[in-house]
Ligand binder design. Structure first.
Ligand SMILES: [Zn+2]
Ligand SMILES: [Zn+2]
Length: 496
């Protein structure tokens, strides 16, 4: 398929396959399975992939699967697309023909939609591969157990990201109308950790607090001092918040108890702050409690880190959505303090999670995800396939069109059929790419050397050999570095 036909090819594919993908989604919706019990779901996906000549690999725990499409036999996948496949343990209260038949389970987070979109994207890309129009390998990751935050770690443990340079995922968003796509550079979802402080000390009569550890008073200090001191020690831009939800101590008004506890959550949008939080909390807690002679025990349970979208990957999503849906389709997604285990992948490699509009235009209902009445405008499935497939093609350099990357590596990259030129747009090096070079990314100053800027050049595989000598910089000549080992699609680093 010629590059400029991508949109037309997608339209033709979807004209034929959209009803089938909607049926597939309805079947999953009627048979939801919660984390690690997605056996039927896994089987259904595998059947459909195998029928298209794709060989999936089921993950070791028996649910969820990974499948590679395109490229040569020895190629390694370079772009991964991920869908989560699990349902929630709540009842489906909708009156629809595809209502859940599994009591107490419901696809109320739209993962049935994510799965159907990834299946459709995979089938389209497999067709492109069969036509010789997919020179790089794309990995489909059908991940189990997102809602219980274990599935992404299983995929990583199974080597699911080995050799992958970039990863993309979408999530249904009932606040956005169908046809809209929400993107955001930087944190899009938050870390959410569970914290519990247990105090113990000598109890006694409230008439003689000096003979006790006065545990309730100490607990009060913990409750107020921990959030207050933390807020003074952590950069406020991290949006870190410690909020208590439960407190318990004592049984009667005139006796000081010998034990007490307080529980809450720590939410955070910044990775560095998230990493630092447990140690900081422990230190604050110890300094507060040491004054009162109580023993304190802190339990800090990590769930997921913040999902931090990388700028270039996010620009690729926005360019893809712009291309297939038009310039008004892409909106800025707000930050959410909810958690999403896609964050684990973004800790390893660059990528982007985007919001897919699922709301029926004109709908007056405000039904959020995780609600028993949640449903989508099913036109979002075809739209999701269009955006996902075009994003994958953009990431491997075949979609044409312009990628506008904002953020640290700001620039406008024309990756169309003709000579490809990266224009300086907030690009201090003024790096210019010509000929077969596709894109550059990650322009930054190396640590400790303010005089240089280092970036990475990307090119089509067949042009790799001729690439490194074609970069130049308005700030002076750009020296190209050898291509790093094990990065087959990278043309080389450069110093401007
Ligand atoms: Zn959810
Ligand atoms: Zn979800």
């Amino acid at each position: 398929m010629a590059e400029h036909d991508l949109v037309g090819e997608l339209d033709a594919f979807l004209e034929h396959h959209e009803p089938d993908l909607i049926d597939f989604r309805r079947d999953l919706h009627a048979h939801p399975e919660v984390g690690y019990s997605e056996h039927r779901t896994t089987r259904k996906i595998a059947q459909r992939l195998e029928a298209a000549g794709i060989q999936p690999l089921v993950l070791p725990k028996g649910t969820g699967l990974i499948a590679d499409i395109g490229g040569g036999a020895d190629d390694e996948a370079t772009v991964a697309l991920r869908a989560d496949i699990d349902a929630l343990p709540i009842s489906d209260e909708k009156k629809v023909p595809y209502r859940s038949v599994n009591l107490g389970a419901c696809h109320a987070c739209g993962h049935d939609v994510h799965t159907s979109i990834l299946l459709g994207t995979g089938l389209f890309l497999a067709r492109a591969a069969a036509a010789g129009a997919l020179p790089a390998k794309v990995r489909l990751i059908f991940q189990p157990a997102e809602e219980i935050a274990g599935g992404a770690l299983d995929v990583l443990a199974a080597g699911g990201l080995s050799s992958v340079d970039r990863i993309f995922a979408l999530h249904c968003d009932p606040k956005l109308e169908v046809g809209k796509v929400g993107t955001r550079i930087g944190p899009i979802t938050a870390a959410c950790d569970a914290i519990k402080v247990q105090l113990s000390g000598r109890g006694g009569h409230t008439a003689r607090p000096h003979l006790t550890a006065d545990l309730v008073y100490a607990l009060g200090k913990i409750i107020t001092e921990l959030p207050a001191t933390l807020a003074r020690l952590i950069d406020p831009r991290s949006s870190l918040s410690l909020v208590w939800g439960r407190v318990n101590a004592g049984g009667v008004g005139n006796a000081i108890p010998d034990a007490g506890m307080v529980e809450g959550t720590v939410r955070c949008l910044d990775d560095a702050a998230w990493q630092a939080a447990p140690e900081m909390l422990k230190n604050i807690m110890e300094s507060v409690t040491s004054a009162y002679g109580v023993a304190a025990d802190l339990s800090y349970v990590r769930t997921v880190p913040p999902a931090v979208n990388e700028a270039t990957s996010t620009a690729m999503v926005a360019a893809a959505a712009d291309r297939v849906l038009g310039p008004d389709a892409v909106v800025q997604a707000p930050q959410s303090l909810g958690g999403e285990d896609f964050a684990w992948y973004l800790q390893s490699i660059p990528g982007s999670l985007f919001r897919l509009g699922t709301r029926r235009p004109g709908s007056v209902d405000e039904i959020d995800i995780h609600q028993p009445m949640f449903d989508v405008d099913e036109r979002c499935i075809a739209i999701g396939v269009q955006v996902m497939a075009t994003t994958a093609m953009t990431a491997i350099g075949l979609a044409g069109g312009a990628v506008h990357a904002a953020g640290p590596a700001d620039g406008l990259i024309d990756a169309g059929d003709g000579p490809m030129v990266a224009m300086a747009s907030g690009n201090p090096g003024g790096v210019r790419l010509t000929g077969p070079l596709l894109a550059w990314a990650g322009l930054r100053r190396p640590a400790g050397d303010a005089s240089r800027r280092v970036g990475i050049l990307w090119a089509r595989k067949e042009n790799l050999a001729s690439c490194p000598n074609q970069a130049s910089s308005r700030a002076g000549p750009a020296t190209c570095l050898p291509r790093p080992a094990g990065r087959p699609r990278m043309a080389g680093g450069f110093i401007a």
